[in-house]
Design a protein around this ligand. Structure first.
Ligand code: ATP
Ligand code: MG
Length: 437
């Protein structure tokens, strides 16, 4: 390659690996999901919170725990060029939400139910269902300690699957207990793994004393036997923790939500206690977890707030939409009611004025535009109108305009029927164009 060619190659500006463009018509799927979520959150009294995409790095180190996949190897961190502050693109949103809740004393008058939608960033190996920038939708209830709130959040997720038409989503539940119980379990866990040190892989050895719970989550087949025989958090629950778990289960039972208690279920972040859960599917290969969450009663305090219990979940938008597609469901993109055919550009001021009124009345209408000089032949304009999917063509011909009329021609019912409408009163006939479902 010549130097010039090399420069040209380097200068080809492409998206960052693992960070994807979402183009139409796929973007309609994201909007469809977001609209369903917003409407559902409103029905459960969860309010939208929007926190910055960049936070101070120590927030995540303190919040998620030093010995976690995210903090150890997945964060996009950098120093602010102007003052050297260590900053990080948020890898998840719970820490930021808690930071905001503390910073604005949001719990002073009682608990808060919040939800967010937005991009997260993790330096992972890109593959199906795993990206470096990906959207999450999350719900968090802060200031409430009862199992009925864990249940409410799970029921909210279940309602979302129903709303989206998804049937192949399984719920797995576990309880990790409270810190004293976790400490006892941790001791037993370390003792167990010490006895089987010869089968531990590098990751497990490194985590043995810093985060042994995470070893339960290993995907290494060589360690499965030793992990299956390991002490389970459930066996270390005291009376109160058991009661919390049992009440949650009885609410789910009463709502006919099926679940599997998975005693090996742990989560990637350190902040969880008591309830943890995951919604998984077999349809997405190894990236089968679509939504995950649990209780984090000590995080608010850990990040400097007045102690307050909390519980929440986050779902991966990409994985949920992939599942929607996989099940042959999904989004109907925005449809067009009408396409404006403009034989002569002198009509444009009038056309734009008319379309403005139609759009005010809620009509979806696209104006013909040409890439070259002039408006293009009637034939080519009709071809565009057809492929636009619009139900009607509005023809702004010179003869019609001279009589203060516009022709409305049906494109979809095969009849080709056409009528004329008065040009000076589009608001009066706008709704006759509305065939959208
Ligand atoms: P995994 O075990 O798959 O790495 P995780 O425990 O890191 O998941 P969470 O941090 O709990 O995931 O995030 C909640 C949800 O966000 C996941 O269940 C998944 O649907 C989605 N998610 C997580 N990481 C990614 C990613 N890199 N790309 C796309 N979606 C992701
Ligand atoms: Mg991960």
């Amino acid at each position: 390659m010549s130097e010039k060619e090399i420069t040209a190659k380097v200068e080809k500006l492409t998206a960052v690996k693992g960070m994807n463009d979402v183009l139409p018509p796929d973007s309609a799927g994201v909007e469809w999901l977001e609209n369903k979520v917003r409407s559902l959150m409103a029905r459960y009294a969860y309010r939208n919170i929007r926190t910055p995409i960049v936070e101070r790095t120590p927030l995540f180190i303190r919040g998620l725990g030093e010995v976690t996949d995210i903090v150890e190897k997945e964060m996009y961190s950098f120093d602010d060029r102007l003052n050297g502050d260590p900053l990080t693109l948020r890898p998840e949103a719970t820490a930021g939400v808690v930071r905001a809740v503390i910073e604005h004393a949001m719990l002073y008058d009682g608990g808060k139910r919040l939800y967010y939608i937005g991009p997260m960033f993790r330096h992972e190996r890109p593959q199906r269902g795993r990206y470096r920038q990906f959207d999450q939708i999350g719900a968090e209830a802060l200031g409430y300690s009862g199992p009925e709130v864990d249940a409410e959040l799970i029921l909210l997720a279940v309602a979302l699957w129903k709303e989206l038409g998804l049937t192949d989503v399984r719920l797995e539940l576990n309880s990790l207990g409270q810190p004293q119980e976790r400490a006892l379990h941790r001791q037993a866990l370390i003792a167990h793994f010490e006895q089987h040190a010869e089968v531990l892989d590098e990751d497990a050895k490194r985590r043995l004393y810093s985060n042994p719970l995470r070893i339960l989550d290993t995907k290494n087949p060589a360690m499965q036997a030793v992990v299956s025989a390991a002490p389970r958090p459930l066996d270390y629950l005291g009376e109160a923790s058991l009661a919390h778990f049992n009440t949650l289960k009885s609410i789910l039972d009463a709502n006919k939500v099926s679940y599997l208690v998975n005693p090996r279920l742990v989560r990637g972040m350190d902040y969880y206690n008591l309830t943890v859960f995951e919604f998984t599917t077999d349809r997405l290969g190894s990236q089968g977890t679509v939504c995950a969450g649990g209780r984090y009663d000590y995080l608010v305090e850990q990040l400097g707030g007045k102690p307050a219990p909390a519980v929440g979940w986050a779902l991966g938008v990409d994985r949920v939409l992939e599942l929607v597609k996989e099940q042959g469901l999904g989004a109907v993109g925005p449809t067009l009611d009408a396409y404006a055919i403009v034989p002569d550009s002198t009509a444009l001021p009038l056309v734009l004025k008319t379309l403005q009124t139609l759009r005010e009345a809620g009509i979806h209408v696209q104006m013909h535009t040409s890439s070259g000089a002039g408006m293009g032949s009637m034939k080519s304009q009709f071809k565009r109108a057809d492929s636009s999917g619009a139900h009607y063509a509005l023809i702004f011909g010179a003869d019609e305009i001279a009589q203060n009329l516009v022709t409305v021609k049906s494109l979809r019912d095969g009849s080709g029927a056409q009528i004329t409408q008065p040009l000076d009163a589009p608001a009066d006939w706008a709704t006759t164009l509305q065939l959208r479902t």
